[in-house]
Design a protein around this ligand. Structure first.
Ligand code: SAH
Ligand code: SF4
Ligand code: F3S
Length: 449
């Protein structure tokens, strides 16, 4: 009988991408993916530890799975990803019924390890070296039909003082450009059209490759954008320190590279930025945004912001509000600071109370929504190019596509348009979504004749 796999993924796009590979590897062994936990033979959770709350969600999920296992003891439970890497013993202690704990550099061993557990009946923990290379060309089962996540850098070497990622993902390593180009070329043959190049500090791409192979993100964009069938390319996340004029000029020059920058500022006060070890000042950030807008006046600029970093005063926070208003961000992922193991900021004694953090987060969210709405209102009456992803979840007669600036746009249309680039006139906007009508392009003369 076919065995079934259920996967729950928390965290960032890198984790989504790892999950797609684990599913691909398991499918190659004959497993079928299911979205029903009750019929699964293997339950897998790919975890995130960027904030404490994400970890708490994990243990409540594992508790539920333990109950399923009590009814059907043959079920195998696996924990992968950042929490597994970071707290393997803790996972074992709090959830001793877990069969497999696999670190971030070993996810590709999943099928073999499952066989081993099934044969021996004993649980396995496999946490490898964070410097180990991650193999290319793993079978992958993608979530989308037209859009694919493509990691180009693994890990991060920045060590911002609040962040756990360098401890769970290891030092940064770029993939070879040929491997990336090969992956994308294969995907275009399967009908994929849009590619998001992933890395924690994607604009550092290529600088760590061996002498002779060194390259840049700008050069990689040229290589990828020139592949036949590549209609759209995006990249994220950019670190402001590494954003170069060459990169911005390349985005402006290549028509199939989207004018979309995920460009987190994190805080609006130089004092806090310094203590976060972000390595830029507010002024330097402003200059980089001005440079982007000089080349691409309508570029989408989104980011991430943390409120309630240790020692953040009301004045520091006011500076964050002021910069959100000034930069006119299209969107921001906002978060309340969460103490993380090993991180220098986590050891500080001047932690803020949960109440202060929650209040600041609420005020920031209100402003980011207002600013996003203001940005979107400028789009009313404009014509936007969309890549149509499919019918909207709520209404099958309404399609959803993304603009070049990565905004979701809903419009009435026929399902045949799925996977196509269309032009839509924006008629109505909300803070985070757009609505529009298809523009009937005039039939070219030679076709009309
Ligand atoms: N590499 C990206 C961010 C990766 S983590 C960058 O440098 O911007 C994703 C986001 O989680 C971060 O941008 C940050 O806003 C948030 N984050 C990271 N550590 C956090 C912590 N300890 N508390 C709250 N938010 C955090
Ligand atoms: Fe974390 Fe900073 Fe690296 Fe981003 S750049 S992943 S915030 S350490
Ligand atoms: Fe979370 Fe790990 Fe990504 S901590 S944000 S899943 S790199």
């Amino acid at each position: 009988m076919t065995k079934r796999l259920y996967v729950k993924t928390y965290g960032c796009q890198m984790n989504l991408s790892d999950s797609e590979k684990m599913v691909g590897l398991m499918a190659a062994k004959g497993y079928q993916l299911t979205d029903d936990e009750l019929e699964a033979d293997v339950l897998l959770v790919n975890t995130c530890s960027v904030r404490e709350r994400a970890e708490e969600k994990l243990f409540s999920l594992l508790g539920q799975w333990n109950q399923l296992k009590a009814k059907k003891p043959s079920i195998l439970i696996g924990v992968t990803g950042c929490v597994a890497q970071q707290e393997k013993d803790h996972v074992r202690k709090r959830a001793p019924y877990v069969d497999l704990v696999i670190g971030t550099h070993n996810f590709h061993d999943l099928p073999d390890l499952l066989d081993e557990v099934a044969q021996t009946g004993s649980p396995i923990t496999r946490i490898g070296n964070l410097k180990a290379p991650i193999p290319d060309d793993l079978p992958t089962m993608r979530e989308g039909k037209y859009h694919a996540w493509v990691p180009i850098i693994y890990g991060c070497s920045y060590f911002c003082t609040y962040c756990i990622v360098p401890y769970t993902r290891g030092p940064y390593q770029s993939r070879q450009p040929e491997a990336i180009a090969r992956e994308i070329a294969d995907l275009t043959a399967e009908g994929f059209k849009e590619f998001t190049l992933l890395g924690q500090t994607v604009d550092k791409y290529g600088l760590d490759l061996p002498e002779g192979d060194k390259t840049t993100l700008a050069a990689l964009l040229r290589l990828v954008a020139a592949l036949p069938g590549v209609e759209r390319v995006r990249f994220l996340t950019s670190h402001p320190l590494d954003m170069t004029e060459e990169l911005v000029a390349t985005v402006a020059e290549l028509s199939n590279v989207m004018e979309y920058f995920h460009f987190p500022i994190q805080a609006g006060s130089d004092k806090v930025l310094g203590e976060m070890k972000r390595l830029y000042t507010v002024d330097q950030y402003r200059e980089k945004v001005a440079m982007i807008r000089r080349y691409l006046p309508d570029a989408t600029i989104s980011g991430d912001i943390i409120v309630g970093f240790p020692g953040e005063t009301e004045e520091d926070f006011a500076a964050t509000l002021a910069i959100v208003d000034e930069i006119d961000f299209d969107s921001n992922n906002t978060a309340s600071y969460s103490i993380r193991p090993w991180t220098p900021a986590g050891k500080r004694e001047d932690q803020l109370s949960e109440d202060v953090k929650a209040d600041r987060l609420r005020r920031l969210n209100q402003l980011t929504t207002e600013v996003a709405f203001r940005r979107n209102r400028r789009l009313v009456g404009t014509v936007q190019e969309l890549l149509v992803e499919g019918p909207s979840a709520k209404n099958p007669e309404v399609l959803m596509g993304r603009t070049r600036g990565n905004k979701q746009c809903f419009f009435p249309g026929s399902p045949d348009l799925q996977g196509q680039l269309v032009k839509v006139e924006i008629t109505e906007v909300r803070p985070f979504t757009l609505r529009g009508e298809l523009v009937r392009t005039a039939v070219p003369l030679e076709l009309a004749l």
